[in-house]
Design a protein around this ligand. Structure first.
Ligand code: AMP
Ligand code: MG
Length: 346
């Protein structure tokens, strides 16, 4: 199949109207989209991704009004969208238009992406556009055009070129259809912010704030049956001490990668941190091609780099990726959730 790779919004919008499948960037990750009005086109998305059919898709809209035409928004829904949209918040709402995919559900997941070009594109498709993340099911979502092209050229009808994702992890998902509003997936919009509008938000226990994880903690949480967001390499979560220790103890850098927080220069001389700065500098010198060592300053920067880092590690046949646990505070919630899932062994 020939894939049209272009920044021409109209051409790519026509493809969706014709029932074709198009990949597009959002502020979170790349999506693989089809018209929410075409069951056949949406089912092709499942086939291309290898996505289990019981996992429904998010419908992407260009405006609050266009959501209201097909869903029951309600007071809370409107307030949430007015505060957080366009942006990385997905709401589960009751459907008014039962013909929309997936027809078997009375609910629809809705979201308005941040990038105006993408909203313009959705409007031109006469939307909405149903799209899960553009990745093979179970693997990390993609955040770089080069990775998208490598996986999907020849398998989809179009790839829309626009601003690359910057948040780097998938949207926060909140259900407004049960008895109480419930957080279904943590993301960049955090439960504390949501609680300003949803004081009774139910936060299922795995998402709650708990002490920083350590390596030994991780295998003890068997949790769900399936792998998610995971590269081929084994992801290991490490506390700060464990992360630093792992740099000192001679893991083979041809097979190991590290992503964690940078080491402030000003910390007391002679302690472990300044020794670590030297170790890092030496490692960089020894392995000039060495791209598998990434230091970040904030949780947000960590999230924005994570999936592309995973992809680069898999391409380089890295066996183990040592990931420092995110810092408690802003950006922690979504990032910890993805890292925990990525580190599961089954
Ligand atoms: P993805 O598209 O891979 O980022 O995942 C979309 C997320 O939204 C998944 O966790 C879905 O299970 C969830 N989702 C989509 N539609 C619904 C719905 N109608 N009810 C509940 N969850 C949904
Ligand atoms: Mg996904």
């Amino acid at each position: 199949m020939k894939t049209l790779i272009s920044s021409d919004v109209s051409l790519l919008a026509n493809l969706i109207q014709e029932g074709k499948v198009v990949i597009f960037p959002t502020e979170t990750v790349y999506g693989i989209g089809a018209s929410t009005r075409s069951e056949e086109a949406c089912l092709r998305v499942y086939e291309i991704k290898g996505r289990p059919r019981d996992n429904p898709l998010i419908a992407h809209f260009h405006s609050i009004e266009s959501i209201e035409e097909v869903c029951v928004l309600g007071d809370l829904g409107r307030k949430l969208l007015e505060k957080f949209s366009p942006g990385p918040l997905t709401l589960i709402l009751p459907k008014k238009d039962k013909s929309l995919f997936p027809k078997e559900l009375d609910t629809l997941a809705v979201r308005i992406p941040k990038n105006p070009v993408i909203r313009e594109w959705i409007q031109q498709t006469r939307g909405p556009v149903s799209a899960p993340s553009a990745n093979l099911s179970g693997r990390p979502s993609l955040t770089k055009l080069t990775d998208v092209v490598r996986y999907f050229e020849g398998k989809v009808d179009g790839i829309l070129i626009a601003e690359e994702p910057s948040f780097g992890i998938e949207s926060t998902v909140v259900s407004l259809v049960g008895e109480h509003p419930t957080l279904l997936r943590p993301g960049s919009i955090e439960s504390e912010e949501l609680k300003t509008i949803l004081p009774n938000l139910i936060i299922p226990s795995p998402f709650e704030t708990s002490p920083v994880l350590s390596v030994s903690h991780v295998p003890l949480s068997p949790g769900t049956k399936y792998k998610h967001y995971a590269p081929s390499a084994q992801v290991v979560l490490a506390s700060r001490e464990e992360f630093i220790h792992s740099l000192e103890v001679g893991f083979d850098p041809k097979e190991t990668a590290w992503i964690g927080f940078s080491f402030p220069e000003k910390i007391r001389k002679g302690n472990l941190f300044s020794k670590t700065n030297e170790t890092v500098a030496k490692k960089r010198e020894e392995h000039s091609e060495f791209d598998h060592f990434s230091l970040v300053s904030t949780n947000e920067e960590y999230a924005s780099k994570l999936y592309a880092f995973f992809e680069a590690c898999d391409l380089a046949k890295i066996q183990t990726i040592i990931c420092e646990a995110p810092k408690l505070g802003r950006g922690w919630e979504g990032l910890r959730n993805r890292l925990e899932k990525a580190s599961r062994r089954n």
